[in-house]
Ligand binder design. Structure first.
Ligand code: HAM
Length: 423
């Protein structure tokens, strides 16, 4: 007997109708982004490992979760992308497009995580990035793009958490005071946090371990250490969000799972999901990342939203169901010959969604298939119809009568019938 296989751990096969919602969701996002002046980029699925290492040496993503590719030619070290911001910055450094460079993307990412509901080893994101300006209005535009997208798909239980991580001297001063504070309490920290502390004290703030809880709660806050410029920038972002009536919660300990962030950071949490996987998206500024990847010193800001989790949130909130069938007409033929072939081709060429049965099934079985297809009309060809040069047009969803229509007028008559049954 042949071996049987299953999808690898942490991956999912996505079948209809889930795959149909998925496509509509990505298309909706693309539409919203293009309307705001963003243009698509398609980064490679893998890069030199060093590109992704810029995401942060102290992060789980780099330390534990990278999918390394086995190189065939010896020393090239490459990895599947764990996210797309680093690739977008590498693209900018390589191609030097005019600024502001406003781009969006969608696609799969790979992180070797412990799989659970809402956390996969292959997951999809849609995202947007703006490179080449540190205007706080851009932070607001980026946040607003994600916020309106959640609204458009009907999610009502998403909240925005906002923080500023500062930059430059303010950030250095803050890190010094964090080190000092954690240094005093190091004995009470978890072993994991003690290790993290020596690499990046900010990461300790992200600890979810109960033994760290109290110490983390008493730690100094970045917002109290912002330089005057960073404070003004953050005030600008907040004023912009207020102007657009986008509510947010100030979250001083929001550090995010990646290390490249400067100044504004934010996360979107869904109250409809379990707390451990409730982040449906996140992002922020990364004003040093392009330079870190060998490019010019340009500022950047962006976000990525998790498609898998957004759809889980849609389920929980009972919104954004699968789209209606794109098949308008189902062709049923009980006669031998090329009628079904020609009719479906003719309808499709005229822009009308059409499907049919195969294998010379019985009338009953074909009518069942017609029903399952979601079509609103069946076009039936039997020997009588064939002889008289007609086809039978039968409504499947409406309470109207079937009618015999001349074969030569079929496209026009189908159109008229579809218009009449428009829901
Ligand atoms: P991130 O927070 O790592 O940020 O991921 C963004 C979103 O992707 C998360 O909020 C979550 O919805 C989804 N996600 C992440 N990991 C998984 C997983 N294992 N399974 C399912 N969903 C997941 C970034 O990736 C940054 N590149 C965002 C960004 C763009 N920052 C600036 N620009």
């Amino acid at each position: 007997m042949a071996d049987t296989f299953q999808a690898p751990r942490g991956t999912r096969d996505i079948l209809a109708p889930e795959s149909e919602r998925w496509h509509v969701l990505v298309a909706r996002f693309a539409h919203a982004a293009r309307q705001a002046g963003y243009r698509p980029v398609i980064p490679p699925m893998f890069e030199d490992l060093a590109v992704f290492q810029r995401v942060g040496e102290s992060t789980d993503v780099v330390r534990k979760e990278m999918f390394l590719l086995e190189a065939r030619d010896g020393d090239a070290r490459q990895a599947l992308r764990p996210e797309q911001t680093a690739s977008v910055c590498r693209m900018f450094a390589q191609h030097r497009p005019a600024t502001p460079w406003k781009v969006f993307y969608s696609g799969s990412n790979f992180r070797y995580e412990r799989p659970q509901k809402g956390r996969y080893r292959q997951f999809d994101q849609v995202g947007a990035e703006v490179l080449g300006t540190d205007d706080p209005d851009v932070d607001v535009e980026i946040i607003a793009l994600a916020w309106r997208f959640f609204e458009q798909i009907g999610l009502r239980q998403v909240s925005l958490q906002l923080n500023s991580l500062g930059d430059g001297e303010g950030r250095a001063n803050y890190l010094a005071s964090l080190r000092e504070y954690f240094g005093v309490h190091v004995g009470a920290l978890s072993a994991q946090s003690r290790e993290t502390l020596s690499i990046n004290p900010l990461r300790v703030l992200d600890s979810k371990r109960p033994e760290d809880g109290e110490i983390v709660a008493g730690a100094p806050r970045m917002v109290d250490h912002l330089s005057p410029q960073d404070r003004a920038h953050f005030d600008g972002v907040r004023a912009g969000l207020d102007a657009l009536h986008i509510p947010y919660e100030l979250t001083p300990r929001l550090v995010r799972g990646l290390d490249y962030y400067t100044r504004t950071t934010f996360e979107f949490a869904s109250a409809a999901l379990d707390a451990a996987q409730n982040a449906v998206g996140g992002g922020g500024r990364y004003d040093g990342l392009v330079a870190d990847l060998g490019g010019p010193g340009v500022a950047g800001v962006g976000f990525a939203l998790g498609v898998d989790r957004i759809l889980l949130a849609c389920d929980a909130e009972e919104t954004f169901g699968p789209p209606p069938s794109a098949v308008d007409v189902f062709v049923v033929s009980t006669v031998a010959g090329t009628d079904a072939l020609e009719l479906t081709a003719e309808l499709r060429a005229a822009g009308i969604g059409a499907d049919r049965a195969f294998d010379s099934r019985s009338m009953k079985s074909q009518m069942k298939a017609a029903d399952r297809s979601g079509a609103r009309l069946a076009l039936i060809v039997g020997s009588q119809e064939l002889e008289s040069g007609n086809v039978m047009l039968r409504p499947l969803r409406a309470d109207t009568h079937q009618q015999l229509v001349p074969r030569v007028e079929v496209v026009a008559r189908v159109r008229a019938a579809l218009d009449a049954t428009e829901s």
